[in-house]
Ligand binder design. Sequence first.
Ligand SMILES: *[C@@H]1O[C@H](CO)[C@@H](O)[C@H](O)[C@H]1NC(C)=O
Ligand SMILES: *[C@@H]1O[C@H](CO)[C@@H](O)[C@H](O)[C@H]1NC(C)=O
Ligand SMILES: *[C@@H]1O[C@H](CO)[C@@H](O)[C@H](O)[C@H]1NC(C)=O
Ligand SMILES: *[C@@H]1O[C@H](CO)[C@@H](O)[C@H](O)[C@H]1NC(C)=O
Ligand SMILES: *[C@@H]1O[C@H](CO)[C@@H](O)[C@H](O)[C@H]1NC(C)=O
Ligand SMILES: *[C@@H]1O[C@H](CO)[C@@H](O)[C@H](O)[C@H]1NC(C)=O
Ligand SMILES: *[C@@H]1O[C@H](CO)[C@@H](O)[C@H](O)[C@H]1NC(C)=O
Length: 916
Amino acid sequence: MITEVIIWLTLTGLVPGLSGLPTVWGIGRSGYNSSTRKFNLSIPENIPVGEVVANIASALLNEGNSNRSVSFAIVDGDPYGRFSVHADGSLGTLRVANPLDFGVRTRYDLVVLLKCTDTYDKLCQLSNQTYAVKIDINDVEGYPPVYNTTCEAPEREDRPQRLFNLSNVISKFDTGWIHTSDLQFLTSKLRKELVMRVDNEVCGVTVVAGLKSLSDIGWANIYSSTGATLNCSSSQSGMTVQLRLVSRTNPIGEFQDLRENHLINAEWLNDVRFGYFWVFQIDSYRTVSAATIRCESTPIHFKITEQTTTYSIQFTIDKLGCARGKFGPWCDQDCVCKNRARCHGFNGACLCPVGWIGVACDIPIPAVALVTVPSQNIYIGSNVTLSCAAVHFNVSSMSLTYRPFYTKTSTVLSNQTTGIEFTMNAFRDDYNGVYRCVAETAGARDVVVEKELILNVTSCPPNLYGRFCHHTCGCKNGGRCDRWRGCVCRPGWRGEHCDRPCDRGHYGLNCQSVCACQGRGTCHHIDGTCFCQAPWDGPDCSRLLPGLEGQHLQLLGILVIPALFLAVALTNVLRKKATRHVSRQQDEDGIVLVEIHTEDEEEEEASNRRLPWERREEHLNVLKMIGQGSFSHVVLAQLRTPGKEPVLVAAKSTCLADGRDGSERCYRDFYREVDILISLHNQSERREGDNRRVHPNIVQLHGIITQSRPRRILLEYAPRGELLHSLRESRQDPDTRLSDLLPFALHVSRALRELETLKIVHRDVAARNVLITEDGVAKLADFGLARDVYASTVYVHTAHRGQDDLLPLKWMALESLRDGVFTSRSDVWSFGVLLWEIATFGQEPRYPRVPCRPDCGQLIHILTDTPAASGTRLEWPAGCPVSLYRLMCQCWAAEPEDRPDAKQLEQRLEESINDN
Ligand SMILES: *[C@@H]1O[C@H](CO)[C@@H](O)[C@H](O)[C@H]1NC(C)=O
Ligand SMILES: *[C@@H]1O[C@H](CO)[C@@H](O)[C@H](O)[C@H]1NC(C)=O
Ligand SMILES: *[C@@H]1O[C@H](CO)[C@@H](O)[C@H](O)[C@H]1NC(C)=O
Ligand SMILES: *[C@@H]1O[C@H](CO)[C@@H](O)[C@H](O)[C@H]1NC(C)=O
Ligand SMILES: *[C@@H]1O[C@H](CO)[C@@H](O)[C@H](O)[C@H]1NC(C)=O
Ligand SMILES: *[C@@H]1O[C@H](CO)[C@@H](O)[C@H](O)[C@H]1NC(C)=O
Ligand SMILES: *[C@@H]1O[C@H](CO)[C@@H](O)[C@H](O)[C@H]1NC(C)=O
């Protein structure tokens, strides 16, 4: 009697999307042939451990036997214990005992023996009977998971256990409004309310958050109302980033995609209030370092305010990592890896040590390991040890051979009966080639296994060059150390160490380009930009400035003898300030400024001086916007330098990356302010031993950030803000008397005295540039940058070469307006105007019978003494004591020498405060 047998195999959970549906496998005659006692099966390689693949006992029962106690054993065909067969009560079930792998073995021919446990049982007639189970393993696409070293995550035990972290979220509009809810939203959701998925083949990470309310997240709102999309970029090269919003009712079917990819969790699926999904997707993610992601929206137009703005969100994605033995975005899945194999954090793929194969690295194979010590960073001159070892078998002989590239003959380096260690001292070029280790057993079944290793070491250790890597590069100014040639300089630099700029008249790569500047113009050594001297102008200094021809000689007079002015008080720092005006010689306002070149050597020194002040953006926690202008902004932030007390800082940034002002000039101004502040601090430091603080009436520098964008200057935070603001506010309070405000002036005069000693000229002393601390101390701030931060009309625009220039004309001394000369005494003039601002409770300086915004020429005209009358000055403010107005007028003396110096100012102010 032949019965047809149907073998049911449950494969539940194997195929995504089909889980829960019963799957029928192996129906028909091919399954079991009772006359030959053969099973014929075909199963996918990813069948889970524990799954039943055949039921031998049921076949037995179908042969007309009753349900008896028998036992089964696999006696052949399964050397590595992939399967197991159990009596399982009364049923003999064949199960998967260990992970299968198509790549290791595609077919198993098992021999299963039926054993008798009760000799009186009739079934014992069948005893010693064998069943042949033929199992074909089918390849499954995408299995086993790939171990992709690119995105290998670190193993770590500390909490939180999670593959990634999103941090430092800053989301804001370019109007300065910071959207804090994004941060709160993301951090709260990171407690497992996100769906995260990782894709190893592309090192991809997808994070999805369900949104009940659009206002949960900044741009969700904007997106839904305006359709503005985000363009993202990342600091990790090669990484692609996408941030988008998917609507449940999305017509393109993106929601369906998410659902099909199991990126929507059950709660979101069933609750229609989750109308939108925030989807963040990155590809080619490398776990070696944190990446900063920045996404910026297309322009958004607000109808109500008629404003166009953009929104940006920035955050850092950090590598965290799971504990050993765990994987998955939330580190909640168990690794199958055995034998100390490393498990991939993304998908649990195992990285087998030599001698082990299989999905779980649990199948031993005879193998030879041939490795170098060290395993990486081998250079010419390194000591390298090759070590060769046999895994899982006893060797009778083992040899290490070497064959140079492009030859056929090998030499035996070592021939032993145990493991080989071969050391090469001071690796040379001609040691490169193919190394091969061959090992064999002398047993019944000879095993010969071998392993090849190619060494192609071509580089010298860092900073060395030459045939034997004996020479040191020491390249400066971004030069690269070439293995053979030594330093390869960046454009504009030359010399063995790239430490010298191109000679005058040359510029560019290898200093090969010839300068094209005419007249007495000089060439920038890097890009050849011409710096012209008045009265010449134009890209190559060949154009004479209009309207200047007549004055030409007189101007040259000023330029030829700048030393006269410089000798007074100008220091290097002032020189740098003066460079700001390079080439800005003349325009309709008639401003002439002395041109002085910054020496190139100084540039490098400056960057060395900046180093100790460098802070990291990660340590800055932005709290809110406190001031903004069109090219820069100031945010209040907490600086948490490791090992130091957190401190509140006003972080001032400029050169915002919107293309409006990415000019070199903008950076120059930024660095100029940085350099002056650092110089100020360094000099105070020298004078006061351990005390690193700058003068108490000068704003304290806490650091700079130049290695990430935006570049920032981190300054002491003064909660009461600008003096000008305080002055205007005190108008509201009838009880405020002038004498209450004079201490501020005294403080500023002390700051000026310090600057005078240090030979630094501020050039912009004004109430708007004085900050007031919590306890009422005035501090001089704003050393030359981003004046537009306190956007006002006090700076006059002078258009020159298409750049906007802003000068505080009404605060400027006569000689500054006329000759472009700034000294400590011109700062005293500006201080006089500041006194006037205090005495008028913050009025804007106005000269009688002169337009509200006079231009430079008009100002020079009214300020200059004539034979008929002395020059006009600001008027006596109502209620101002005569002694104070007299002091102001002395500050405005036409001859700089006639003005008081900072020390005298301080004394006079002290007196007038004591008199009150
Ligand atoms: C077992 O299956 C293979 C195909 O997978 C077939 O070629 C073979 O004839 C089958 N053997 C039996 C005994 O059914
Ligand atoms: C069982 O195997 C025998 C011998 O290989 C063959 O003759 C017979 O046709 C097979 N029966 C079935 C149902 O496949
Ligand atoms: C089964 O085989 C074993 C040894 O291989 C033998 O001792 C035993 O007697 C056999 N049993 C039957 C019922 O043939
Ligand atoms: C690993 O991921 C990188 C980055 O996406 C990809 O280029 C590479 O092909 C992947 N490697 C494997 C073995 O999948
Ligand atoms: C290499 O080994 C030699 C001798 O053992 C030693 O003198 C030398 O310092 C080593 N070189 C390096 C780079 O470690
Ligand atoms: C290593 O030595 C053994 C005998 O000592 C010899 O049989 C074998 O051929 C040698 N191997 C090589 C690669 O020279
Ligand atoms: C060795 O490396 C160099 C550069 O890294 C390469 O140009 C050369 O082709 C390599 N040689 C071999 C034989 O692979």
